[in-house]
Design a protein around this ligand. Sequence first.
Ligand SMILES: Nc1ncnc2c1ncn2[C@@H]1O[C@H](COP(=O)(O)OP(=O)(O)OP(=O)(O)O)[C@@H](O)[C@H]1O
Ligand SMILES: [Mg+2]
Length: 360
Amino acid sequence: MAAESLTDLTAEYQLDLLATGVILLDANLHIQALNLSAETLMEVSASRAVGSPLKELLDESNEWYPLLYQALSDNYPMVRRAIPLTTRMGQERTVDITLSPIAGTVGNRCLLVELNMVDRLQAISRDESEWQAQASLKEIMKGVAHEVKNPLGGIRGAAQLLAGELANPNLHEYTDIIISEVDRLRTLVDRMLGPRERLESELTNIHEVTEHVRQLIEAESKGKLCIGRDYDPSLPDFLADGGQLTQAVLNLVRNAWQACGSDGVITLRTRVHRQFTVGGNHHKLVCALQVSDDGPGVAKDMLPRLFLPMVTGNAQGTGLGLSIAQRIANQHGGLIQVQSVPGETCFTLLLPMETQDASD
Ligand SMILES: Nc1ncnc2c1ncn2[C@@H]1O[C@H](COP(=O)(O)OP(=O)(O)OP(=O)(O)O)[C@@H](O)[C@H]1O
Ligand SMILES: [Mg+2]
């Protein structure tokens, strides 16, 4: 393909649909054109990048520079796996690169560079297995919860009848215990059944959700806890069930509070990821909502099972908060991920941003 036709294609945003980063370099390694994925990977806008020498945007110490010169001088395509790259902002990435020399506008040779982020591919395959595990577990949980729930009404009714028949009022203490334990069990089973199946989606402002949760928890802590904010104000509204998202974020923030106490530092952060894959599906825009805290971190042996129901490290906990939050994220086509070391725990809620109803 000639260089000028590639530039045209990029200008018409055709290449912006690719998850692969594409950069067109001239013989002096100045950027002629690049697509959206390459902008994201290099953390630079097209207006800043086009015309600039590549070394201004990617650290010259990157070990792939000799390869670029070699591909140009040999006029021969080249593929290299797992090449480390450092961006101008100091971000480390690992990419597979394909270099294809092509004919330029005035007879000069140009270089077409394709970049595939390897670390992201690894994250995608991990997401997919988590997704599958959640789906099968959900079915088992629902089955058990229904079986437990059905007889509870009968037990409660019988205890009330029995209380009415008991001549000795001292014995009411026992029927009261039966009734209150049945009620506790019913609340637990309702949580096990999880959020309602049908989402009531409407255009939702994610910052209204996070602010609502922040105010609720700060009020609950009687002003002792102060939650930090780091929002991306450019985040557009997207289709979501605001009530359910509030529940999911509330569960994450409540856990953070329990982990780090009222003196801890909790931060709510929002960002946009472009051309991002969640649960095996590729999305143009994904909202990343992070809840981070400076508590002691999640116990290492608990990390692989963290989102399973009934997994708790808390004597009073039911171990359902995270599995419910994960299920709400899944219903939105999203996912919750966790990274935790002592002093820094971060739960990231990834939500595909659909801005238009499919029925519109
Ligand atoms: N931010 C965090 N820092 C450290 N550990 C955490 C954090 N979030 C969750 N955990 C661990 O994960 C466990 C499971 O959390 P989950 O919310 O599912 O259940 P829970 O908080 O124990 O009970 P509940 O159902 O009342 O929410 C917690 O008990 C805690 O040990
Ligand atoms: Mg919890």
